[in-house]
Design a protein around this ligand. Structure first.
Ligand code: ADE
Length: 256
């Protein structure tokens, strides 16, 4: 049963020493991280981009066959840019969120037209492309180009929210600013690709929604939510809108 303990608003916690956190994360990743997913082989920008877009709203096990079929039909950005949109949508059937497929096709066309078919390597240029938000741009830069760019997808948001003991809703503007600062602070200069993958893996396999497996977590000694015993209550859900209170005056007439 989920306990509904009211969470007190707490001041935002300072960040840990990034070197200490990175060491724990790398030791854990080397032992337990996923290294054999199809998009972890031959990590070209095209393959990383495609996998990140597919993984935005879909689980790893569902994505794998779609990823492989897609690459068979469209092995590179050129073939995707030249394909009719219908054939891209057809390959996407069953994966859902079809705007992802439309944006993928549009972006392939833009990279062909504006970048001579070569993936841009800056955050700004990547974020300008349809379907690539800040976190996906960070994942492409770190995983494909090995540049130290921060990521903050749903999994990493949950890890950092608990680690920092953030008791406000993470979707709040102020919370997001704080979480991005944390994400940047912890991103290492070396092995940014493994770090990004490790944080996503930690969120997907240990620091899961609901009841996380804190006993297996490399960050358990430092995780504020765990130390306070409130990990099941975090991340806090979006606060419900209060219904407006209307005041009215009621008159009674009595026939006498
Ligand atoms: N979710 C988003 N990106 C991912 C990745 N590279 N590996 C596993 N899960 C992910």
């Amino acid at each position: 049963m989920k306990l509904k303990i009211p969470l007190m608003k707490q001041p935002k916690s300072p960040f840990l020493d990034p070197k200490r956190l990175q060491k724990l994360i790398f030791t854990w990743f080397d032992r337990y991280g996923r290294k054999n997913l199809p998009w972890q082989q031959n990590k070209t920008p095209y393959r990383v981009w495609l996998s990140e877009v597919m993984l935005q709203q879909t689980q790893v096990s569902t994505v794998i066959p779609y990823f492989e079929r897609f690459l068979q039909q469209f092995p590179d950005i050129e073939s995707l840019a030249n394909a009719p949109l219908d054939s891209v949508l057809h390959l996407w059937t069953g994966l859902g969120y079809y705007s992802r497929a439309r944006n993928l096709h549009k972006t392939a066309g833009l990279i062909k037209k504006n970048f001579a078919g070569i993936f841009p390597e800056t955050l700004d240029a990547l974020e300008d492309l349809p379907g690539i938000g800040r976190s996906t741009a960070g994942a492409i830069l770190s995983i494909a180009f090995k540049k130290p760019a921060a990521i903050l997808d749903g999994n990493v948001k949950r890890v950092l929210t608990r680690l920092q003991g953030l008791t406000e809703w993470p979707g709040e503007k102020e919370s997001l600013t704080y979480l991005w600062k944390a994400a940047i602070h912890y991103t290492p200069l070396n092995r940014p690709d493994d770090y990004a993958q490790a944080m996503m893996d930690l969120g997907a396999t240990i620091c899961v929604r609901g009841t996380p497996s804190c006993e297996k977590c490399p960050l358990k000694k430092y995780c504020i939510a765990h130390l306070q015993g409130i990990e099941k209550n975090l991340p806090r859900q979006k606060p419900k809108k209060k219904l407006p209170v209307r005041h009215a005056t009621l008159f009674f007439y009595s026939k006498k």
